[in-house]
Structures are given as C-alpha cells and as structure tokens.
Design a protein around this ligand. Structure first.
Ligand code: SAH
Length: 507
C-alpha cells in the first residue's frame, strides 16, 4: 500500500450546508478524491481543492445508481493509489448509508479509515419541521426504521407486531413508496388511526415541505400535496407539536425563489443572507470579472503610482484588480502611502481594508455623484487623480473631478462580461413561473442578464430588486420597473428591500 492512503467516511448532513461538521469539512479540504452521492449539497463540493477529483456515484436521471460493490471497489482503488479519499454521504454514513459495508471492504484491504458522523435526516428533517423526536410529555424514545420493503413484497422487512407496540416516536426513512402500507400496518397492529403523522420532504433544504395528518389521513394528504422522495415519515404525538413549533415556514422569504445575478466569486454573501431568511436561491452569475481589454494603462498607472495625489476606487473588483497588479510589480499596500484614497460604498471600503488600507474617504452614496460631492473642496486644482474602475463605466466621475481642476487618469482595472452558462435553465424556470424575484447588484448584471435572456420579456411579471439608482436606471432603460430599490445601496440594503416587500405575514 502506498504511503498516504486514507479514507474518510464522512456524513454530509441532511442538506443544509451549514450542518456539515468541522471535521467533515477539514476532510473534504484535504481530499485528493471525493466520492459523493445524490442528497449531498453541491455547496459542500466547493470546499474541495480545485485539483480534487470529484466522482458522483448517486442516481442519474434514468435512476441508475452505481452498484454498491462498484463503489466499494472504487474507494479501494483510489485509496491504494495513495490518495486521501473522502466518501461523502447524505446524513450520517452509518444510518442506512451502507457505510458499514464500505468500512468492511476497506478493512479487508488493510486501508485505514476514519468515520466522521453526520447530522442524520432522521432527526434533522423533523427538527426543521418543528418536530422534536423526543419530548418530556410526548415521547421518551425514538426508533429509526427503514420503510423499504423486500423487493418481492411477499415478506415484510419490518416487524410490525413489535413496532406498533413501541410507545415512542417512529421515524421511517426510505418509506415514501410504502407510505400507505406503513400507516395501514401500524393501525392493523393496534395503533390508533388518530395518531399524528407527518411527512417532511427535503428537510433542511430551501425547498423543504411538510404535511401533517394522522395515520388515517396521511397517505391521502401526501398524494394531494404531491410530496415524494426524499422524505422522512414521523409517527407519534410529537408530530402534532409542529402546529406550535414550526419555525422554518415563519422565515420572511420561506417559499420564495430568488435569482442572484452576481458574479460567482461575489454571490455567496447575498445568497447566504437570502437563504438565512428562508429563500431558495438560484445563482445565475450573469457576469464574470476578467482583465480589461487593454491591461497596459493599469500597469503603467500602478508602476507610476507615486505621481498621484489621489487614488479613487468605485468597487471591490477595482480594488482587487489594483492590488493584483501591484503584487505582480512586487509592490504592497505601502505604494499608496503618499496618496489620499477615496472609495464609493462600504463594500469597496471593506475590500480596501482587506488590503491594509484603512484611512479612506468614503462616499456613502453608491454612485459617482456622492463621491464628487465628498471630494469637492478636497481635491486640489493641481492634483493628479487615478480612478481604477470597470471598463466602460459612466463618464460622470472623471468629468466632475476634472471640473475641480484635477488631472484625471481613468483606467480600466477590469471588465465584466456576460456568462451565458445556465441561461436555458433560468429561462425555463422563469417561463414555468417558478421564480418569485430577481436581484440586481449592478448595471452590468442587468445588461448581461437581458442579453442572456434575449430581452426583458421573461422578466415581466417577476419582482425585480435593484441595489441602487444607477442599476434602477438601467432597468428602466430596458422598460422594466423594479418592485423596490434598496434604501441603503448595499447587499444588506438589497436583502432588506426583499424582506420588506416579499415578506408579508409569516405563514
Ligand atoms: N444516511 C442518511 C439516510 C440515507 S437513506 C441519513 O442519515 O440521513 C435515504 C433516505 O433518507 C431517504 O429515502 C429519506 O427517507 C431520508 N432523507 C435523506 N435526506 C433527507 C432530507 N433532507 N429530508 C428528508 N428525508 C431525507
């Protein structure tokens, strides 16, 4: 066996990426190969190194799953090649996860393995539905049972006699195809048909749905609501506590599907703020940030930075591009030691702080006019001003600063361009009426989304949210009126605008 072979059998948790354990995350970060299932949040794959090999072994759309023995063989093969292998499984690896079989196979080959338990859906899905699996007054035990029957259906895998006599909570996994039979068998073996029963689909995911009924009614209710796999079935008095304890559904954006159009590297803060408030987020990075068409002016400006009295940034992207250029010239934050630095917006200010620049003139307004106002009286007539910002940005800033008498050098630090990837899926979702709101964080997200969608038609009737006046103007030029504009021109302000207008009464 090659040195370094190691397998981690890691529980990914039930879906919400925040429910991965710290130890599980550390294992993913270390992995050379990551073998994962369906029901593992794609977000978790983002913790893997860029060169980590990702191997999907879950169900494909034609419902074909890699047979377990082939998964076992794959783990052995990857490990014996000297890799750190993470086997990432939904929920807990040893709760109906076949982790035991994988561990036996590894042991047989003398491959060392660690088991990293995960938060099991058997407990977490009920919890997110407001159902505690035990409760002082209602249940002093819970039993987790497979709802999967023998393939031939002649014999039951479940000892109904004993199960129906248990006084605590019953949680069935993999039971949806047999829901009627499960409820029926429990009643047949003596349970009260009025016993509360709940089904939680996609527990802890943004698309979580729950149905509450009784053993007598649950099958019918589930059919009416169209609830399918993956779901857990909870039987017992605790299920009814949901009527008082449900909490996910009370979040202001629960049940809303919101599109985030920011560039991928910047989307996560907005996405997680929306998810925190219960929204289901569709990330469609309509733009990506790339070097400017002609990178030379930025290079020259940075190389000659000593000549400037003022350096002005209008976005975090501009800041990052400036310092990337500086780093390539082996310069650090001290290259700005003699200049005054000005910025528009708190995001830009935060980006500067990350690069060690803290003393900054910050314009609160998220647009050029605010900065011009701030700098009037400060920028001297003979000052040289460098503006490092997006290619094709508006003319207002350089024009107004020039009016103050300064010599302005407006250089393109970066350029945004449209990303069409995923456009068809987004168009389908819009057409199907599955999207409640679309957020815009800059004019270029508007322009590029419209380019990807072949115009504004698909956005009519959808609530649009703009981060500020410039973005709103771009929407209006396209004939679209935003439902609301952020009061404060920041990500937090944008989220607040959504909550205010989408929120309404908790359901
Ligand atoms: N090891 C997993 C269970 C794997 S068996 C765990 O510990 O959670 C697969 C079954 O788990 C599904 O059929 C479904 O019953 C249940 N399940 C997994 N994730 C779920 C989720 N997010 N919500 C509801 N049920 C889920």
């Amino acid at each position: 066996m090659t040195k370094g072979s190691q397998v981690y059998l890691v529980g990914a948790g039930p879906g919400d990426p925040g429910l991965l354990t710290l130890k599980g995350r550390a294992a993913i970060e270390r992995a050379d190969a990551l073998v994962y299932d369906r029901l593992v949040s794609p977000r978790l794959l983002g913790y893997a190194r860029p060169d980590c090999e990702l191997v999907y072994v879950g169900k494909t759309p034609d419902h074909h799953t890699l047979p377990q023995r082939e998964i076992n063989a794959l783990l052995v093969e990857k490990a014996l090649a000297g890799n750190v292998v993470v086997r990432l499984k939904g929920g807990d690896p040893f709760v109906f996860g076949r982790g035991g079989e994988e561990a036996e196979e590894l042991r047989a080959h003398g491959i060392p393995y660690d088991v990293v338990p995960g938060v099991t859906s058997a407990v977490a899905a009920p919890a997110y539905a407001g159902i505690p699996v035990t409760h002082r007054d209602a249940a002093s035990s819970f039993t987790v049972i497979t709802g999967h029957e023998h393939a031939d259906k002649s014999a039951s895998a479940i000892p109904w006699e004993q199960v129906a006599r248990l006084k605590g909570t019953l949680v069935f996994l993999m039971g949806m195809d047999n829901l009627g039979r499960i409820a029926g068998s429990l009643v047949e073996h003596g349970m009260d048909p009025a016993t509360p029963a709940a089904v939680v689909r996609y527990g802890t995911w943004p698309m979580q749905r729950t149905v509450l009924g009784t053993l007598a009614s649950i099958e019918e209710l589930v059919r009416e609501e169209g609830i399918e796999n993956p779901a857990v079935i909870v039987v017992g008095q605790v299920a009814a506590l949901r009527e008082r304890l449900a909490w996910v559904e009370r979040k202001p954006l629960f049940g809303k599907t919101v599109v985030v159009t920011r560039a991928r590297h910047q989307a996560s803060a907005l996405s997680s703020a929306l998810e925190e408030r219960g929204a289901q987020v569709l990330e469609f990075p309509a733009i990506e940030t790339v070097p400017p068409t002609d990178p030379r002016p930025l290079g020259e400006a940075v190389a000659g930075i000593e000549a400037y009295q003022w350096v002005v940034f209008t976005s975090a992207n501009g800041v990052d591009a400036f310092f990337a250029e500086a780093a390539s010239l082996r310069l650090d934050a001290r290259c700005l030691a003699r200049a005054e630095v000005a910025a528009i917006g708190s995001g830009t200010q935060a980006a500067l702080a990350r690069h060690g620049i803290v003393q900054v003139h910050v314009a609160r307004e998220f647009c050029a006019e605010g900065l011009v106002e701030l700098l009037a009286g400060k920028v001297g007539a003979r000052d040289r001003v460098l503006i490092a910002r997006a290619e094709d940005a508006r003319d207002v800033l350089p024009r107004e600063l020039a009016k103050l008498g300064a010599t302005v050098n407006d250089v393109a630090a970066y350029r945004t361009r449209a990303v069409a990837q995923g456009a068809d899926a987004l168009a389908d979702a819009l057409r199907a009426g599955e999207v409640d709101a679309v957020t815009f964080t800059s004019s270029s997200t508007v322009t590029n989304l419209l380019a990807c969608l072949d115009g504004p038609a698909l956005l009519e009737g959808v609530d649009l949210y703009s981060i500020g006046p410039v973005t709103t103007e771009t929407l209006r030029e396209a004939g679209l009126e935003p439902r609301a504009q952020a009061a404060e021109y920041t990500i937090a302000g944008l989220v607040a605008a959504l909550v205010d207008s989408q929120g309404g009464e908790p359901r």
